[in-house]
Each structure stands twice: as C-alpha cells, then as structure tokens.
Ligand binder design. Sequence first.
Ligand code: URA
Length: 216
Amino acid sequence: MSSTKNNWPGVTLIDHPLVQVKLTQMRDAAAGTQVFRSRLTQAATLMVAEVTRDLSTRPCVVRTPMADHTGAALARPLIIAPIMRAGLGLMEGMLHLLPDAGVAHIGMFRNEETLRPETYYFKAPANLAEADVLVVDPMLATGWSATAAIGQLKERGAKSLRFVCLLSCAQGLEQLRAAHPDVPVFTAAIDPELNAKGYIVPGLGDAGDRYFGTVG
Ligand code: URA
C-alpha cells in the first residue's frame, strides 16, 4: 500500500493505484449501482491497510502444527463508526479485513437549507474509551458531519480516532482539522471545489444515493 504526505498536516493521501482506479470507476456517472457499490467496497478494503498501519500489537502465542509461535494480536479493540447512510458502504469493505471490529452507527442527515448535519441515531459499543475508532464517510464535503460525529464519539469517551473518506476538499479538511486537530484524516483524493449546494466537484455525486440506488 502506498500513501503520500501532502500539504495538509495530519492528512494522508492514499494514492495506491488500485484505490485510484476504483475511485475513477465510481466517479463515472454511467456506473450503475452494482459497479458503484462493488468499487466502494473494494476501495474501502484496500484503504484499511494504510489506515491501520501504525496500530499497536501485543505478543500472542499460537500453537502451529509444529511448535508454539509468538505472533501478534491487535493491542486494542477496533470500532468502525460509519456516518449513515453512505458510511455503511465504507464500513462493509473495511469489515472484510476487520471482521471482529465493533460498529458505532451514527445516523445523520443533511438539512438541505442550512447544509448542517442533524443526528437521528447514535448507538455505539460500550468500549469506546479503550478502542481505536475509525470514523468513516465516503465524502468529506463541508466537514460538519464529520466534525459533529467525532464530537459525539469524544463526548461518549472515545480517545483514539481516525477519519477515513474517499473524497475530500479543502473546505472539509480545514473544518475538520481545525475542530479536531488530534484526529488524523485518510483520503484517496482532495478535489478542487465544493459547490454552493455542498457537493464536491468533480466528486462523484451523492454517494448515498448511488450506493443504495435511490437516485431519481
Ligand atoms: N455528500 C455526497 O454524497 N456527495 C458530495 O459531493 C458531498 C456530500
């Protein structure tokens, strides 16, 4: 897995060629639900390796068919926190590599007049304080949903958080980094614009609608 540092402190740009290819296929307006969904899942699975690269491990003894072996287990529990709806797509791909992760569902919708997030659901495992928490949403647009979701997780005790998205833009990164400078951000692309309706341009449209087939 490759990644590059960039001009944004605390932001890792995941530039692995396979992630970039999947993302390009998702951007294509001609891609239907099946293609969009599978590419989002696949990109999320690929991104996990980079996002979890510096997690701590502890020694763990297993008995092979030949002898005891001291290997590694994750030192802390992992929790994936998808911001619904679209975050569920990233979550699904990540669970392929992290099948024992807990899940904290955060239900938010965007008030289309104010563009501000409103929370309608929050349910998290009890071990938030001990866990490494991956907050996931394919799109970091205004940054307000991510900021609010991370704020809620911190209020309930989360201490070690990372934010993972596929696409971001300057406004979202500025907002999130200013509100939560302790939370590293992982993104596969930083697009040039956010339009007046809060959509990333060129972006990929409405990720939730495209993933769940609710367009039109
Ligand atoms: N949410 C989306 O689904 N797409 C955008 O471009 C911005 C926010």
